[in-house]
Design a protein around this ligand. Structure first.
Ligand SMILES: Nc1ncnc2c1ncn2[C@@H]1O[C@H](COP(=O)(O)OP(=O)(O)O)[C@@H](O)[C@H]1O
Ligand SMILES: [Mg+2]
Length: 348
C-alpha cells in the first residue's frame, strides 16, 4: 500500500512537534525514520497509524484520504519498544488477538485463527513456543511475538517504533538482519523508527532523516551517507569533521591559508567545511594548498589511528584518521587534504 503524508503539521498545545512534513512511501518499501530523541519520529508514526490526528494536512493510504479514519479502519500493524504482550495470554493467543477481537462479520473461525497464528509463529522462528507465556520468553523472542501479532491482521502497513530499542546490542543486530529477511519475504510496506544510524543504514531501502520536527533529507542509505544535504545530516550520519572557513572568489581559506579546494558556486563569506575523518589524503609537504594542523591528541582506534589536530594556532579542532604506523607525535604538524568534502554557507 502506498502511503502519502501531505504537508502534515502537528501541534501539542501550540507546540509544533511536526512542521509541514511531506513523505511518499512506496508500496513494499522499508522506510526508516531516523533522528535524535524529540525530533518527531514517533509523532509521525502515530499520525500514519491514526493514533493522532494532524493539526493540518492529510495522510493518504493509496488514493484514499485516511486522515479521519480510525486505527481499525486503517488496518495497520504495530510494534513498539515497550509494547508489552498480554501477560495472562499464551503466545498463541497473543498472536491471534487482533483477529479474535474483530467484529463477527470479518472474524475468521476459531480453528482458522489458530492455524494462522501457528503459521506465523513458525514464520518468526518460534514454532513450538505457542503454549508459553510472555514471561517465559527472552526479550528478543517477545519482540518476535509482537511482530507476529502485528502481522496476523494482514496489515496494509506495518509500523515499528524502536522495536529493538530495549534489547542488547548483539540481539539487536541479529533481529535487524532477521527483520530485513522477513520484510523481503512478506513485502509489507514498513515504516521503522530508530535513533540508531547503523540500524537505519543497514536495514532500510530509504532513510528519512529528521530533526526538530522537520525532515532534513530523504534518500537511500548511500545517498544520505555520501551526499548529506545539510550540516545536520553530515554530523548525524557517520562521523564527520567540520572546520570554519572563509570563501573568497571560490577559494577556501582557513586561518591565513588557501587550503587548495575550490568551489565556484559558493558566495564569498563565512562557511563550514565538512569531511569524513577517514577520507583524507596525507601530504608530505605543507607548502601550499592543504590543511595543516598541530597534533594535540592521538589514540589508536582498531586498525587506524585517530588524531586530533589544532588548526591555524586557534581554537578550531578537527579529527582525522591516519595509518596506525603513523607516529603522530604530540605537537608535530600534519598536512592533508580531504578527498570528499562539502561546504555549507554560515547562515546570517
Ligand atoms: N502527547 C504529547 N503532548 C505534548 N508533547 C508531545 C506529545 N507527544 C510528543 N510531544 C513532543 O513532541 C516532540 C516530538 O516527540 P516524539 O515524536 O516523541 O519524538 P521522537 O520519537 O523523535 O523522540 C517532543 O518535543 C515531544 O516532547
Ligand atoms: Mg519516539
Amino acid at each position: 500500500m502506498d502511503v502519502r503524508v501531505v504537508d502534515v503539521r502537528k501541534e501539542f498545545d501550540r507546540f509544533p512537534a511536526l512542521h509541514n512534513v511531506s513523505l511518499d512511501i512506496n508500496s513494499g518499501e522499508l522506510i526508516a525514520l531516523l533522528g535524535p530523541s524529540g525530533s518527531g519520529k514517533t509523532t509521525l508514526l502515530r499520525l500514519i497509524a491514526g493514533l493522532e490526528t494532524p493539526t493540518q494536512g492529510a495522510v493518504f493510504f493509496g488514493e484514499e484520504d485516511a486522515s479521519q479514519k480510525t486505527v481499525q479502519e486503517r488496518n495497520v500493524g504495530f510494534v513498539f519498544q515497550h509494547y508489552a504482550l498480554f501477560r495472562h495470554m499464551t503466545v498463541l493467543d497473543n498472536v491471534g488477538f487482533g483477529l479474535k477481537v474483530r467484529p463477527s462479520s470479518n472474524r475468521p473461525e476459531k480453528g482458522e485463527i489458530r492455524r494462522r497464528a501457528l503459521e506465523l509463529l513458525d514464520f518468526v522462528q518460534l514454532g513450538g513456543l505457542e503454549k508459553r507465556y510472555p514471561t517465559q520468553l527472552s526479550g528478543g523472542q517477545r519482540q518476535r511475538v509482537a511482530l507476529a501479532r502485528a502481522m496476523a491482521i494482514e496489515p496494509r502497513v506495518l509500523l515499528l517504533d524502536e522495536p529493538f530499542g530495549a534489547l542488547d546490542a548483539q540481539v539487536r543486530k541479529e533481529l535487524r538482519r532477521w527483520l530485513r529477511e522477513i520484510h523481503d519475504k512478506t513485502g509489507y510496506t514498513t515504516v521503522f523508527v530508530t535513533h540508531d544510524q547503523d540500524e537505519a543504514l543497514e536495514l532500510a531501502d530509504r532513510v528519512v532523516v529528521m530533526s526538530q520536527g522537520r525532515i532534513e533529507q530523504i534518500g537511500t542509505p548511500d545517498e544520505v551517507y555520501d551526499r548529506p544535504n545539510s550540516p545536520f545530516v553530515y554530523g548525524f550520519i557517520g562521523e564527520s569533521s567540520s572546520l570554519p572557513v572563509r570563501m573568497e572568489n571560490g577559494a577556501v581559506w582557513s586561518a591565513d591559508r588557501n587550503i587548495g579546494l575550490s568551489a565556484g558556486d559558493m558566495p564569498d563569506g563565512e562557511a563550514t567545511l565538512f569531511f569524513r575523518p577517514h577520507d583524507v589524503e596525507l601530504l608530505e609537504s605543507s607548502a601550499g594548498g592543504c590543511i595543516v594542523g598541530t597534533v594535540v591528541a592521538s589514540r589508536r582506534a582498531g586498525g587506524t589511528r585517530r588524531v586530533e589536530l589544532e588548526i591555524g594556532g586557534g581554537s578550531d579542532r578537527i579529527e582525522i584518521e591516519v595509518p596506525a604506523e603513523h607516529p603522530a607525535a604530540d605537537k608535530s604538524s600534519i598536512a592533508f587534504k580531504p578527498r570528499h568534502w562539502k561546504l555549507f554557507p554560515v547562515q546570517g
